[in-house]
Design a protein around this ligand. Structure first.
Ligand code: A2P
Length: 283
């Protein structure tokens, strides 16, 4: 997901700017850089390990329960850390295990794999018990999939969070309400409307940051549309994980704690919801 080396610098700049939550994954192929950035900042005395909240993700090819712990251990080895703060199932569907992260058949179709999400979840619970992950959660789960885990006989820990696409054009009203009721934190990815990379983004949906309402509200507070989009989610209890490799924008995206949107503005932004995803995850 990042040009080689750029992630190390971006994470160090982010930590200096005040960020503590770092959202990563094995499939981003930059966990070694994230780990190095964290270790350098600890060595500098800027932070302690316990100040950082690192989220790692279990990829689709690693759902069979016996693969879960070794996969997390591999991530920890790459990061050179003893534990992750949060470990989540990245997607609710499994691919065929093996070296190919996106296994495809001769017709170019993904090769799926039948696994039991509840058994995968039990393996995550064991990772938490072993101290390898402080908390465990999920990503891209719908209500039905969440309920399947939560209603599992003998459930030891429920998911603390569900990471899903969430921003003013895709506000997730129903899932957010359900998760609120069950004390599951929604972590919103693509909170700025993505990088609009056509290889994985539905670009027929208009660019979020050009939205006139977000820009007009921004003018009032001397903030950018990006800052308004982030503030909107934070103010309604949705965690945001904006992505930037630009030092100025990394800092900009953190300057959202010195103003407050009015109830009317929150409603206006909510009304922008188009119920259209940028990230369609067609797999
Ligand atoms: P860049 O890395 O050049 O800053 P999302 O978090 O929704 O996935 O969006 C990421 C995209 O938004 C990236 O292309 C990033 O580009 C861009 N971006 C990040 N912060 C801002 C900002 N404050 N204003 C405009 N674009 C931004």
């Amino acid at each position: 997901q990042t040009p080689k080396g750029s992630c190390l610098e971006a994470v160090k700049i982010a930590i200096d700017a005040g960020y503590r939550h770092i959202d990563g994954a094995f499939v981003y192929f930059n966990e070694h850089e994230v780990g190095q950035a964290i270790r350098e900042k600890i060595a500098e005395g800027k932070i302690k390990r316990e100040d950082i909240f690192y989220c790692g993700k279990l990829w689709n090819t690693c759902h069979p329960p016996e693969l879960v712990r070794p996969t997390l251990e591999k991530t920890l080895k790459i990061l050179q850390l003893d534990y992750v703060d949060l470990y989540i199932i990245e997607l609710p569907m499994a691919f065929k295990p093996g070296d190919a992260l996106y296994p495809k058949d001769e017709n170019g179709k993904f090769i799926y794999h039948e696994t039991d999400l509840c058994a995968t979840w039990e393996a995550l619970e064991a990772c938490k018990d072993a101290g390898l992950a402080k908390s465990i959660g999920v990503s891209n789960f719908n209500r039905r999939q969440l309920e399947m885990i939560m209603n599992k006989p003998g459930l030891k820990y429920k998911p603390v969070s569900n990471q899903v696409e969430c921003h003013p054009y895709f506000t997730q009203p129903k899932l957010l309400e359900f998760c609120r009721q069950h004390d599951i934190v929604i972590v919103g990815y693509s909170p700025l409307g993505t990088s609009r990379d056509e290889s994985w983004v539905n670009v027929s949906s208009p660019p979020l940051l050009k939205d006139p309402v977000l820009n007009a509200i921004g003018k009032k507070y001397n903030k950018t549309a990006a800052q308004i989009a982030l503030r909107f989610n934070v103010q309604r209890g949705v965690v945001v994980i904006p992505k930037s490799f630009n030092p100025q924008r990394i800092r900009e995206n953190f300057q959202i704690f010195d103003f407050c949107l009015t109830e009317k503005e929150m409603k206006e932004i909510e009304a922008l919801n188009k119920n259209v995803r940028y990230v369609e995850l067609l797999m």
